[in-house]
Design a protein around this ligand. Sequence first.
Ligand SMILES: [Zn+2]
Length: 317
Amino acid sequence: MMSEPRAVATGFITFESQPVWLFSFSPKQSARRKRTSRMFRSLTVLALAAVTACAQPPATQTFPTPTVHTPGTIKLTYVGNEGVLISDGTKAVLIDGLHRKYDDDYLNPPPDVLAAMEAGKPPFDQVRVVLVSHVHGDHFSAESVGLHLKNNPKAVLVSDAQKMGDIARLYADHALIRDQTAELTPAWKQSIAYEKDGIKVTLLGMKHGSDRFWWIKNLGHIIEIGGKKLFHFGDADNTMENFAAFNLAAEKIDIAFIPYWFLLNENGRKLVRETIAAKHNIAVHISPQNADADAANVKKLSPGVDAFTKMLEERSY
Ligand SMILES: [Zn+2]
């Protein structure tokens, strides 16, 4: 981890972990020269530290550090795996962000980001709607969702009976957050709409990929916020039947989040292109072990597709 530039007493500043010397000091200087030198030194250190601090963004973004939001746009902040904060500048949806470390194959939120999410600190204090695609540990932690709701009373979890059941079973303070839950359970191929604070969410009943997870309820979500329409479908099974009932092309989706394996074969790419037919596609669920190569491969196979690979990277639309 690199740290922000900082002034230190010994007369240099560090920038991107490299010491940058500002002056040299000879022990033979007269007392007066030493006084002048000390004063000059302090001023130089302060001035250069200030200039450096203003001119350079922090080498590593630490939380909480919300960035400027361009009015009239929505801003996406990637919080790992399939987790995204979707903000219109004053209010936000947090989907699949509230989970803990699963294993090293997944981009898990690091401790500072997880703590900010669970505590509802900026920018997560904007969250009004919390969504969860499914209860696997790379998308959901009952404890993390419970803590966020407890610490951000304006937020509501909108989800199906399986998520609510896990929270009741696994989050000790669930009685405190019961009023902040809206249980909606669409059957497979069915949808249910919900609206709060100008945010509209349509929950779609979809199947999770792989037969061994037949018992996992996977929700798709169409999210309308700040004049944009976004589609997030968790780890839905990559079959036409799982998507066809929702008539997604007619929805005219602006931004779709695509688990990157959909883009590795022609069936998946066709589904993304023709059945979802979003204006912009962002590949997600890319393992940090091979992120650059996987993202490059996906972009080569589907020109124009974007990819999230780095914690807290942002996009505006
Ligand atoms: Zn997953």
